[in-house]
Design a protein around this ligand. Structure first.
Ligand code: KG4
Ligand code: ZN
Length: 354
C-alpha cells in the first residue's frame, strides 16, 4: 500500500500554516505565514487583527502547501486535518472551516487535532532513528500559551505532571521583552530578548528574588514578572538604566525563568523514578524551545540528574518548535491510519485539556 498523504491546516494563534506530510515521514511542504509585524504595535496578539489576517492568508497558505508539495488535492491527498484547539476561538474557526469544507466537498476523511499533542509528538517525526524518543518520554512544552511537563505514554495518552498556575512562560518572556523595550527581531520578542542578552557574563547576574519555588510541582511566572517590574521601579524606571545594566537585567530574567524549568524537570524525573517509570528521553518543544541558552542549560540539568543514565535530550528543529502545520499533520496520522475520523460537523475546542 502506498503511504498516506495528509493536508494539515493550523490557525490557533497568529500564524497561518498549511503543510503536506506523508505517513512515511516525508515533509512535502511547510508553509507558515506569520503575522508578527501586524501585532508588534499591540505588543501581543490582537484577536480581530489575527482573525482577519488568517482569513486573508489561508487560501494562499493552502495553495502554496499543495504547490510546493507537487500534489493534486483531488488525486493525491488522502485526508485533511486541522487544529481543533486549544487556541483563540476566532482564529481556530478560520482553519477549521477551510478544512471541513475542503474535506466535505472532496469527500476526504477529516481529523481535528489537539494543538499541544502536535507539539508533543513532533519529535517522533523529526528525529533521526538514533535519537528517536521511545514511549514513555517526558515532554516539556514551553510556548506562548503553555508551560507543561507531560509524560507521553503513547500517541494518545498524556499525563500532565506539572502545569502553570498562572501565565505561560512565553507570554511572560514577551511581556518582559516589552517592559525592557527591546525591538523585535523577525522571529519576535522572545528571540529578540535572547539575542539582546546573549553576550552577558554570568558574573553580571542580578538577584531578583526567589522565583523557583523549589520542590513545588507547579510552574508560575507571574511572580518573576512582578519582580522585574519592582526592580525597574526601584532603579527609577527603564530610562535610568544604561545599556549594560538593561542587558544584565534581561539576562537575569531569562536565567531565573530557566532555573525554574530546570527545577521542575528535575522534580518530574524524580517523580517518574518514584513510580518506577524510567523515561529515556526529555523532548523540549514549543516556541521557547528554540532558545539556544535554554538548550545548553537543560543539557547540563539532565546530565546532572543522573550522570550514569544517558537521558536523551531532544529538541525538534526550531522551525518545527514554533507553530506549524507539519506537527498537526503528524499528530493526525495515527488516527487516519486507524480510520478514526471526525465528522464534517465537528466543533472546535478553544479550551481543551490534553
Ligand atoms: O509555540 P509558539 O510558536 O506559539 C504558541 O504559543 O503556541 O510559541 C511562541 C512563544 C512566544 O512567547 C515567543 O516569544 C517564544 O515562543 N519564543 C522564544 C524564542 N522564540 C520564540 N522564547 C525565548 N527564546 C526564543 N528564542
Ligand atoms: Zn503552539
Amino acid at each position: 500500500r502506498r503511504s498516506f498523504t495528509v493536508l494539515a491546516i493550523e490557525s490557533s494563534a497568529d500564524d497561518t500554516c498549511a503543510a503536506v506530510v506523508t505517513s512515511d515521514k516525508r515533509i512535502l511542504s511547510n508553509v507558515v505565514i506569520t503575522q508578527l509585524s501586524l501585532h508588534e504595535q499591540f505588543r501581543g496578539i490582537e484577536p480581530m487583527t489575527a482573525i482577519q489576517a488568517h482569513q486573508r492568508n489561508m487560501p494562499t497558505a493552502v495553495r502554496q502547501a499543495l504547490e510546493i508539495a507537487h500534489v493534486d488535492i483531488v488525486r493525491d491527498v488522502d485526508g485533511i486535518c486541522f487544529t481543533r484547539g486549544p487556541g483563540m476561538p476566532g482564529c481556530l474557526s478560520v482553519g477549521m472551516n477551510a478544512s471541513k469544507t475542503l474535506a466535505a466537498v472532496l469527500n476526504k476523511p477529516l481529523v481535528g487535532v489537539h494543538h499541544m499533542q502536535g507539539h508533543a509528538l513532533t519529535s517522533l517525526l523529526t528525529s533521526s532513528d538514533a535519537e528517536m524518543p521511545q514511549f514513555p518520554f517526558l515532554t516539556l512544552l514551553v510556548s506562548g500559551g503553555h508551560t507543561l511537563l507531560l509524560l507521553a505514554e503513547s500517541n494518545t495518552k498524556f499525563k500532565i505532571l506539572i502545569n502553570t498556575v498562572d501565565q505561560a512562560i512565553g507570554r511572560v518572556i514577551d511581556k518582559v521583552s516589552a517592559l525592557l523595550d527591546i525591538p523585535w527581531t523577525p522571529l519576535g520578542p522572545g528571540d529578540a530578548l535572547e539575542k539582546y542578552c546573549q553576550d552577558v557574563q554570568e558574573s553580571r547576574l542580578i538577584y531578583l528574588g526567589d522565583s523557583i519555588m523549589r520542590g513545588r510541582r507547579d510552574f508560575s511566572f507571574s511572580g518573576l514578572h512582578s519582580q522585574m517590574e519592582r526592580y525597574l521601579h526601584s532603579q527609577g524606571g527603564l530610562g535610568s538604566l544604561d545599556e549594560d545594566h538593561k542587558k544584565a537585567l534581561a539576562y537575569s530574567f531569562q536565567s531565573s525563568a530557566f532555573a525554574q524549568l530546570e527545577d521542575k524537570v528535575h522534580l518530574a524525573l524524580k517523580w517518574c523514578e518514584s513510580q518506577s517509570i524510567y523515561v529515556n528521553h526529555l523532548v523540549v518543544s514549543g516556541g521557547v524551545a528554540s532558545n539556544q541558552y535554554l538548550r545548553r542549560r537543560l543539557a547540563t540539568c539532565v546530565k546532572e540528574f543522573d550522570p550514569d543514565r544517558d537521558i536523551g535530550l531532544v529538541f525538534p528543529p526550531p522551525k518545527y518548535c514554533t507553530d506549524n502545520a507539519v506537527m498537526i499533520a503528524w499528530a493526525s496520522m495515527h488516527r487516519f491510519l486507524a480510520q478514526d475520523y471526525d465528522d464534517y460537523g465537528v466543533d472546535l475546542r478553544a479550551k481543551w485539556s490534553i
